[in-house]
Design a protein. Structure first.
Length: 220
């Protein structure tokens, strides 16, 4: 009987490990609520957020964001970008995602220029550090987030989603580390207008969501 109990306990632990490695839904958002001041509601441009998941695969964490619509291009390049603020073990990080990007200087906002000459035509996936509001020569404050790494990822218009691959070493995550919601500089999770992406004005937000759960990195 004792041997049987040990076998059953082993099976239960294996099942929990497998379940922990599956995608976990971190947030959901209603469809049909993407807006822009210069366009009608529910623009079919890959901006209408529906859900976000995190999944562990090997030594990587996969962040997948799903939409209610997405054209073959993935989303309107150079017109908008996606932001996801989160914490890893309490330390703040942020993703900036675009379906395409051509690096260019932004001296007016005192931003770094390390992307000058860099072209990401199949998708741009950037990990950034703690964001800070800084004054600009033009007057209004801008939100500047130092780039930490350029990550692998992909847009999949067929499933109306994109995935960012985050190596756990980039954020010093390990089994048991908790990933939670980040602070609200512009938004916690949102698509924003590209031209005003770093503005603190909420008028630049196209669609937004709130991360309602925390994710504990599983062992397997």
């Amino acid at each position: 009987m004792k041997k049987l109990s040990l076998i059953l306990a082993g099976i239960m632990l294996a099942s929990l490990g497998a379940a922990g490695a599956k995608p976990v839904t971190m947030w959901e958002d209603a469809t049909g609520d993407a807006t822009m001041s210069q366009a009608p509601q529910s623009i079919p441009a890959g901006w209408d957020l529906t859900s976000g998941t995190i999944e562990k695969k090997g030594s990587d964490l996969l962040f997948t964001v799903t939409h209610a619509d997405m054209p073959p291009t993935g989303s309107a390049p150079e017109a908008s970008r996606f932001i996801w603020n989160f914490t890893v073990g309490g330390d703040p990080y942020r993703f900036t995602v675009k379906s395409a990007d051509i690096g260019k200087p932004d001296l007016l906002a005192n931003q770094t220029t390390e992307r000058v000459g860099r072209a990401d035509v199949m998708g741009h996936f950037r990990l950034e550090g703690e964001c800070k509001a800084e004054p600009t020569p033009a007057g209004p404050e801008a939100i500047n987030c130092p780039p930490l790494a350029y990550l692998e990822g992909s847009f999949d218009p067929a499933s109306m989603s994109f995935t960012v691959i985050l190596p756990m070493k980039e954020v010093k995550a390990k089994p048991g580390t908790v990933i939670g919601p980040g602070s609200d500089q512009i938004c916690i999770i949102c698509w924003v207008s590209h031209t005003a992406e770093r503005s603190v004005s909420p008028n630049t937000i196209i669609d937004s969501a709130v991360m309602t759960k925390s994710y504990k990195v599983p062992k397997k």
